[in-house]
Design a protein. Structure first.
Length: 283
């Protein structure tokens, strides 16, 4: 026999309601159906789940464990149904590090005013596609090259590059830096989601590299003074930290900011999000 969600619902309802009669009323079924579902669940699991007397119903030791797992499974099932049925009433925008930078909060406020029927969720995930390939979002803010065969995308802006330094670094007194100066230091980069690569420098004139996979770890390591980093302007506005300073790199090429989506299954609100993001960047 297969385990069924209705059997788990009956178990939870019996324990919460305290009687088979009240559980049946809560579930909108007959008392006999409640008894059959409980019996079926005990047969599937091969254990007795409830102690029953004329006055009380209490879970057995096995029943306590099953009850706890049942509540989690039912909650997950409810979430799955809610996600599938609300679908287009929610727009999930993924990003790896810094969303829309200084425009993030304004984007959220304007969206809530213009599109109150579409809930906006920002999802931070440290993947190259901002969670798009993993199915974690409907639309992604991406600052690295995109697989145009799998995803459609539009470039909404270009961001200036900044060098990230410890606040007590001698360079922190500088107003700007150059690529040639940065190559003298050890550069800390994220190969998976970062926007910096050795291709910014000519062969033979490239900096030493160290690697990391999370922005918080990246900032903490740079604050020690052992490394420097390079990042788009959005990171400089989203991650202001004690012990860290950002200085523009005046001769570095800008970082393109893309919005990407699944080519064959776009969310209906995709173009509204593109329009708003473009509007804010152009402002």
């Amino acid at each position: 026999m297969d385990l069924e969600l209705r059997q788990l619902r009956c178990l939870v309802a019996i324990v919460d309601a305290g009687t088979f009669t009240d559980a049946a009323i809560e579930l909108g079924v007959s008392q006999a159906a409640v008894s059959r579902n409980l019996l079926g669940l005990e047969r599937v699991l091969g254990v007795r789940l409830l102690h029953r007397t004329s006055r009380t119903i209490t879970p057995t030791t096995a029943g306590v464990q099953v009850l706890n797992r049942a509540r989690h499974l039912l909650a997950e099932a409810d979430d799955l149904v809610r996600e599938a049925t609300t679908g287009h009433a929610r727009l999930r925008i993924g990003h790896a590090w810094s969303a829309l930078g200084s425009y993030t909060a304004e984007f959220q406020r304007i969206w809530a005013t213009r599109y109150p029927d579409v809930e906006l969720l920002l999802v931070r995930t440290n993947t190259a596609t901002g969670g798009l390939a993993e199915g974690l979002c409907d639309l992604a803010i991406v600052r690295v090259p995109i697989d145009s065969h799998r995803f459609a995308h539009v470039t909404i802006a270009d961001e200036r590059r900044y060098c990230v330094l410890a606040a007590d670094d001698p360079w922190a007194r500088r107003r700007s830096l150059t690529l040639d100066e940065i190559r003298e230091r050890t550069l800390l980069i994220d190969r998976r989601t970062g926007t910096t690569s050795v291709d910014l420098w000519p062969e033979g004139l490239r900096p030493r590299l160290e690697y990391i996979q999370d922005i918080d770890d990246w900032l903490a390591a740079i604050a020690t003074g052992r490394y420097v980093g390079m990042t788009p302007e959005s990171t400089a506005t989203q991650y202001r930290r004690d012990g860290i300073v950002y200085r523009p790199v005046r001769d570095a090429p800008p970082v393109p900011v893309h919005l990407a989506w699944r080519r064959h299954d776009p969310h209906p609100a995709t173009h509204a999000a593109i329009a708003l993001a473009t509007e804010l960047y152009n402002s």
